[in-house]
Design a protein around this ligand. Structure first.
Ligand code: GAP
Length: 517
């Protein structure tokens, strides 16, 4: 575990050192849980967005995109339930003055019991080797049994307070924290306030106070921009059910527990698609979208064992099925995407609050109804983080040296080809520039002439550039260059005129998309 934490720290510093992600307003020491994407980060992020957008909008004739404003009429958030119910249960420690999410404190306590069990198992595994029988050990080891009992009892109480009639039982939550002896990690004391609900939406004002400014919110999800445009798109696009509307955009949440780098941010980006369907068909479509979205993730080649579905036991009152796609991060399996069967809740609520009829006339059934919705919702930043975590490697080379390499999927890499003149003379720089001038229209290329070739390779490995080309004396004679592969480090001599056809197919998003069909 500690080893994984070290790896994660290295990934965070690598992101900064190589221009992927910087803390926001870095010269002022950053702003909590807000980050900026640097020169390489923005390219990777744009490629992720392109991969998603094209898989939705290009590959599905019945999915179209929109780009709604971040500011929306304030009634939107009343109708959607966010004003009343988009809350986190918070608790303060009176000594440290630090604020925590009460549910997270309890979940961390559960994780501690799990960790203790895991440690016992690992110790025994080492001791007994191949003869180790985990199931038997779990059923008989005294320390494991004690911790499992504590875990089960806490889990049961936690489920009860979270699912209490009339919403979360806040007093019950505090009592669990006291009974478990959970202390503040800063002050080390148990001097807790009561638990209370805290709304996660950021507020601001629109218009001058003289006009009677109105409170508006920064959207906490992009989905509502799609729901309020359902009629506009359906009518102007003459869309027939089933059809989808996709959108990529910023969302804002005043997260209290904002940790783990870009995993939980206050300003982040979502890629959401709402798929409008006939009522009664939702569970079939839910199953189809689960499969489609998992395929999209696994298509990146990170290994099926690194993904899993986490079906929700507790459903929001408007949902009749929900699952998360989780990815194995260095800090455990974590949610990257949510797939939700949202019934007709959102459209009905907007119809009620706006007074507009929001329905679909079904020519086949000759009747009007409010469509049901399957939503797929993925965070761009979490996707970015999962890609970084999986691609990062400190590799031991056969000659005893090490290199830090990002094995990014070539189609997502910020730079696809680096071109180096071996030396800065004899017309080599000019020849290298000529190659770039030819290829820059097809993919992102970078020219580098500083330092020895070996150092230049290392710099390109560190940003995940899949191909490097070196122009040398022989190039000037026969128009061939050495082409070096990032992952295998193999070099081969190829004609300059062949470069485009060798590289383009491997680095294009189109080639990724073709594998989805
Ligand atoms: N419209 C549904 C919705 O917003 P969600 O599960 O709250 O559902 C969807 O969010 C996705 O947005 C998550 O799976 C995650 O990838 C991303 N996300 C949510 N909160 C985030 C945060 N604070 N920082 C980064 N990404 C976040």
């Amino acid at each position: 575990m500690a080893q994984q934490e070290d790896v994660f720290k290295k990934i965070v510093s690598h992101c900064k050192e190589y221009g992927f992600v910087f803390p926001s307003s870095d010269i002022y020491d950053g702003l909590g849980a807000v980050y900026d994407y640097g020169q390489n980060g923005v390219e990777l992020k744009n490629n992720i967005k392109q991969y998603w957008w094209q898989s939705m909008v290009l590959l599905h004739e019945n999915i179209v995109g929109i780009d709604a404003a971040i500011f929306m009429h304030p009634t939107t958030w009343k109708a959607s339930g966010h004003v009343d119910a988009f809350n986190d249960p918070l608790i303060d420690n009176r000594d440290s003055k630090k604020r925590y999410r009460a549910d997270v404190l309890i979940e961390e306590q559960l994780a501690k019991y799990e960790d203790k069990i895991q440690k016992e198992i690992e110790k025994a595994q080492k001791r007994f080797g191949d003869a180790f029988d985990e199931a038997q050990f779990r059923a008989t080891n005294q320390r494991v049994l004690e911790n499992q009992e504590k875990y089960d009892a806490l889990h049961k109480r936690y489920q009860e307070v979270m699912n209490a009639e009339g919403g979360i039982d806040l007093e019950g939550m505090k009592q669990i924290i006291l009974d478990e002896g959970i202390v503040c990690p800063i002050s080390g004391t148990r001097n807790w306030t009561d638990v209370r609900q805290f709304n996660l939406m950021f507020k601001t004002e629109m218009g001058s106070t003289a006009d009677g400014a109105s409170t508006i919110y920064l959207r906490p999800e992009t989905a509502q921009g799609i729901f309020v445009n359902y009629l506009n798109v359906q009518k102007t696009g003459r869309m027939k059910l089933p059809f989808g509307i996709a959108q990529i955009g910023k969302a804002f949440r005043n997260e209290i527990v904002a940790r783990q780098f870009i995993f939980r941010m206050r300003e982040f980006e979502q890629m959401e698609m709402q798929f409008f369907i006939q009522p009664g068909t939702e569970l079939d479509w839910f199953a189809k979208w689960k499969e489609t979205r998992m395929k999209w993730h696994q298509n990146l080649g990170f290994g099926a064992e690194n993904y899993r579905f986490h079906d929700h036991d507790k459903l929001a009152h408007y949902a009749n099925a929900a699952t998360d796609i989780e990815f194995r991060m260095p800090f455990g399996f974590k949610e990257v995407e949510g797939i939700h069967s949202r019934t007709n809740f959102d459209l009905s609520q907007h119809a009620k609050y706006s007074g507009k009829k929001i329905e679909y006339f079904d020519p086949d059934r000759n009747e009007s109804y409010t469509p049901y919705v399957i939503e797929t919702s993925i965070g761009v930043d979490r996707m970015f983080l999962s890609i970084m975590c999986h691609s990062f490697e400190e590799q031991q080379l056969p000659d005893g040296q090490t290199r830090t390499v990002l094995h990014l999927p070539a189609a997502l890499a910020p730079v696809k080809l680096a071109v180096f003149p071996l030396t800065k003379k004899d017309g080599m720089p000019e020849k290298a520039q000529e190659i770039i001038n030819e290829l820059r229209f097809h993919f992102n290329c970078k020219y580098e002439e500083k330092d020895q070739i070996g150092k230049r390779y290392r710099r390109m490995d560190a940003i995940g550039c899949p191909y490097c080309v070196t122009v040398d004396q022989q190039t000037l004679e026969d128009n061939t260059v050495t082409l070096r592969d990032r992952d295998t480090m193999e070099q081969k001599r190829v004609l300059i005129s062949e470069l485009r056809s060798i590289i383009e197919d491997k680095v294009s998003i189109t080639s990724l998309l073709k594998k989805l069909l």
